[in-house]
Design a protein around this ligand. Structure first.
Ligand SMILES: Cc1cc2nc3c(=O)[nH]c(=O)nc-3n(C[C@H](O)[C@H](O)[C@H](O)COP(=O)(O)OP(=O)(O)OC[C@H]3O[C@@H](n4cnc5c(N)ncnc54)[C@H](O)[C@@H]3O)c2cc1C
Length: 414
């Protein structure tokens, strides 16, 4: 990394944001010998939502040299997902799946997890500047990034390439007018952490519990057991359904939990460990995931929906693919970012999209709760739920919409 003057720094790659996509991209680039500067407007550890990982993400943590740190951190082990609707339930064990690879992972407090990942990247030589906010970008063959530090002192970073890993900050989509309408309706979530005190055997702590509201199939809850006797709990619904003044959020979430028998039994009136938070309108999309001198990673590109916990997996997959593509370019190859990055990344996003859309219509719920599932088909569904949304040997990845529609017909005996 070279300092040309007190206000301009030169670096191979500048990364906006130190969340999972930024941290993994930084580590992978360092492993390829690139100089990396990560600009992060917050100070870590900081709260973030997105606590249930998928096994597919473990491969990228391993590739980035972060696996040992994650395994040794003492996070809650995870091996699947448990779905509940009225008196029906269905558990998927991610170790029993169509695609080879990791079948287990973790449920993590993101403040701890994100801090661990970025420290791991820094340990591999990435420079990380916390409290530094990206304000503008001048794209091109050698993009320039305008940054301010906490004392509001401006400086510029000149890079050979920029990754926008700014998550819901969506820095480059906003600055460069790349936003495209999301095809997902506007939904919102109310969530908190509870002191769960769940007796051993009352629930499988190794699985995320996804419970559908007994009266409204488009409203669902998550309960994600974390280490140390706390759980993350949230409710997702259309934005209007959850729109209450801040002072009434806790009462609203408590009332909703009481309406769902499984969560009501497990959580009861356990104390909330933090104020109930609200996040809405999080689904987002862009025209394209790259441009002259930059690419968008993770949530800075497209975000669908939280229901299948796919966000961090997509974020890490994007980091892996973008670094692979950029390394070829920096080594002098002529690279077409559309075919090398956008198209393959969006393949998996589209798999998840087919699943998410049918979750909210209730069709995927019919499939999940169907009692006579063929074991091989269940393993294909399990593989997608475990994050293997890019494995085209799985028919539910190769052609997800057609396959799910046909399977739904079988499950409802049309
Ligand atoms: C309700 C809800 C539940 C979810 N549950 C799950 C789940 O269970 N599992 C899962 O995998 N995913 C889940 N997600 C998605 C998950 O939160 C995200 O997909 C994931 O955090 C994306 O990681 P990222 O690295 O792209 O961005 P982020 O983790 O958002 O990191 C972006 C970073 O960029 C920084 N930044 C922003 N603007 C600037 C700027 N101008 N300058 C410098 N830095 C900046 C931010 O401070 C932040 O630290 C959920 C999402 C929602 C809304």
């Amino acid at each position: 990394m070279k300092t040309q003057s007190s206000t301009r720094i030169a670096v191979d790659v500048a990364i906006i944001g130190a969340g999972p996509s930024g941290a993994v991209a930084a580590a992978l680039l360092r492993r390829a010998g690139r100089s990396v500067l990560v600009l992060e407007r917050e100070h870590f550890p900081r709260f973030s939502i997105g606590e249930s990982l998928l096994p597919q993400s473990m491969a990228y943590l391993e590739e980035a040299g972060m696996l040992q740190g994650v395994v040794e951190a003492g996070f809650q082990y995870k091996n699947g997902a448990h779905f509940v609707y009225r008196d029906q339930s269905s558990s998927f064990d991610f170790r029993d799946k169509h695609t080879a690879g990791w079948g287990t992972t973790y449920q993590v407090e993101r403040a701890v997890f994100d801090d661990l990942l970025i420290r791991c990247a820094a340990g591999q030589g990435a420079e990380v500047r916390f409290g530094h906010t990206v304000r503008a970008i001048h794209p091109g063959a050698r993009p320039l990034v305008d940054v301010v530090d906490e004392a509001d002192r401006p400086y510029q970073v000149e890079a050979r390439f920029v990754f926008d890993a700014s998550g819901f900050g969506r820095v480059l989509p906003r600055l460069l007018n790349l936003e495209a309408p999301s095809r997902m309706p506007t939904r919102a979530a109310l969530f908190t952490h509870v002191r769960d005190g769940i007796p051993a055997g009352a629930t499988d702590r190794n699985k995320i519990c996804v419970a559908t509201h007994p009266e409204r199939r488009d409203v669902w809850f998550w309960m994600i057991p974390l280490a140390g006797g706390r759980s993350s709990v949230g409710c997702v619904a259309d934005a209007a359904f959850l729109a209450v003044p801040e002072a009434e959020r806790e009462a609203r979430l408590r009332a909703l939990i009481q309406q769902e028998p499984t969560l009501s039994r497990l959580i009861g009136d356990a104390p909330f460990l933090m104020p109930v938070r609200h996040i809405g309108g999080y689904s987002a999309n862009v025209e394209r995931l790259h441009g002259p001198g930059y690419a968008l990673l993770g949530n800075a590109g497209e975000f669908l929906d939280p229901v299948f916990s796919s966000g961090v997996t997509i974020a890490l997959r994007s980091a892996h693919l973008a670094v692979q593509t950029l390394n070829r370019q920096l080594d002098g190859e002529q690279v077409d970012w559309t075919t090398a990055y956008d198209v393959p990344l969006r393949k998996g996003i589209d798999t998840f999209r087919a699943f998410v859309e049918r979750w909210y219509t209730g069709e995927l719920q019919d499939i999940i709760f169907y009692p006579d599932q063929t074991p091989s088909i269940r393993r294909m569904i399990s593989a997608v739920l475990a994050g293997y949304a890019w494995d085209e040997t799985n028919p539910y990845v190769a052609d997800p919409a057609r396959r799910l529609n046909a399977l739904h017909d079988v499950c409802t005996q049309k």
